[in-house]
Design a binder for this molecule. Structure first.
Ligand code: HEM
Length: 408
């Protein structure tokens, strides 16, 4: 079916209006995205120099398409997300930005080891969550982000990796520094902070790997050096960078899953009541939080050849930004998509992306989210927001609160 191409609608939201640096957008991005999705679901954005894709079917098709590239350096260098990069100089890329065949070579053994570890983490996560909750009891108010959402994922991933208690403070600082690699708009000072964190983590993992070779332990660092010894084609640097990618990909995202989830429940008390009446709903509740207000708002792919998306031509090497949170609220897929409803009929959401790059941490994040949210509401049944004004972080691609002060 060939249709005459209609002229582009006027006044479409564009460029920075679609990024968290715009204050109105970061407070409530959804009306603007719904407008773009309704009027121009596949848009060549002249400011971002990328194709912005907002409809569910097209987003799903793109992220699942294994012929597309992920490494931003392979695309148009003017595209905004070509500035999202990791580390510097000769450091290898992590799987986040690798393409096949290297991506499959590195992701295979990492997934094998990580999934086994993640599957065993529930009891330890429960202990970690209980301890963090203990530290909050007796307080008149606390911050769900800084006091709960930040420490829980860092302590869990530290336990997976096998980081000793004495190193936790440093490890936490570096973890927060390395996340800057995902900020496409970082300042020169932040570049420096990222470099320092990356160098510290490189040194830390080099030492930890040598140590595990000499004295194996029950942790992921040991699993990785043992896979190398058994023939997995992974250099030491690749192991190090990819263990760091678990910090980059996993900490802030899980913080925001917890923060966005607490906010969703406290502003929808009838949903919290439904959860308390039927605790089995916690798994569906976490899926609904991920659909309704996902921590990662977008991912990207690069066209590896000229192609068509939703009837629009996309040229070779053009960057495509797939807006996951817009897909998650596509009215063609979800009934009343703006409604937060933990009993909603399940339709897979796009919060973890898809295809070859689908989030490796999804099983761990889901489990952490379920444990952290359930135990929080169990421990503090009368939890309420201390302040109705919520400020979201200005980090492009991430949806998370600066703070969320609550009273028990
Ligand atoms: C709610 C929490 C999380 C969300 C919403 C999330 C979301 C995502 C998304 C959207 C992607 C890109 C997928 C794509 O482009 O198709 C991704 C990739 C990734 N995530 Fe997560 N993530 C979460 C938690 C975690 C955790 C806990 C870890 C590790 C411990 C992790 C590690 C990674 C890694 C290493 C990648 C790169 C995978 C690849 O490119 O092959 N994530 N995640």
């Amino acid at each position: 079916m060939s249709e005459q191409k209609a002229p582009e609608p006027q006044d479409l939201p564009t460029g920075f209006q679609l990024l968290e640096i715009d204050p109105e957008f970061r407070t409530d991005p959804y009306p603007r995205l719904a407008d773009l999705q309704a009027r121009c679901p596949v848009r060549h954005d002249p400011v971002l120099e990328s194709v912005v894709v907002t409809g569910y079917e097209n987003v799903r098709g793109i992220v699942n398409d294994r012929s597309l590239w992920r490494n931003p350096a392979r695309g148009n260098p003017r595209a905004l997300f070509s500035r999202v990069s990791e580390g510097s100089g000769d450091r290898p890329l992590s799987i986040l930005f690798m393409d096949d065949p290297d991506h499959a070579r590195v992701r295979g053994p990492l997934t094998q080891a990580f999934y086994k570890r993640a599957a065993k983490m529930k009891p330890q996560t429960e202990t970690i969550v209980d301890e963090v909750l203990d530290s909050l009891s007796g307080r008149a108010a606390f911050d769900i982000i800084a006091d709960y959402g930040v420490p829980v994922p860092i302590l869990v991933i530290a336990a997976v990796l096998g980081i000793e208690k004495e190193r936790l403070r440093e490890f936490r600082e570096w973890s927060e520094g390395i996340i800057l690699s995902l900020n496409a708009l970082r300042t020169p000072e932040q570049d420096q902070q990222l470099m320092v964190a990356a160098q510290a983590l490189d040194a830390f993992f080099a030492e930890a790997m040598a140590e595990r070779r000499a004295r194996p332990r029950d942790d992921l660092i040991t699993d990785m050096v043992q896979l190398q010894a058994a023939g997995a084609q992974l250099s030491d640097e690749e192991v190090s960078v990819n263990l760091q990618s678990l910090l980059v990909g996993g900490n802030l995202t899980t913080t925001d899953l917890i923060g966005n989830g607490v906010r969703a429940f406290l502003t929808h008390p009838e949903q919290l009541a439904a959860l308390k009446a039927d605790p089995k709903l916690i798994a569906m509740a976490v899926e609904e939080i991920l659909r309704w207000d996902p921590p990662i708002t977008m991912t990207s792919r690069i066209a590896s050849c000229p192609m068509e998306v939703g009837g629009e031509a996309v040229s070779d090497k053009e960057a495509m930004i797939t807006v996951l949170r817009a897909a998650n609220r596509d009215p063609a897929i979800y009934e009343a998509p703006e409604r937060f409803d933990i009993t909603r009929k399940h339709v897979p959401h796009m919060a973890f992306g898809g295809g070859a790059h689908i989030c490796i941490g999804a099983p761990l994040a889901r489990m952490e989210g379920q444990v952290a949210l359930w135990k929080l509401f169990e421990r503090f049944p009368n939890l309420k927001l201390a302040d109705q004004t919520l400020t979201y972080r200005a980090l492009p691609g991430f949806r998370g609160l600066e703070s969320l002060i609550v009273e028990p």
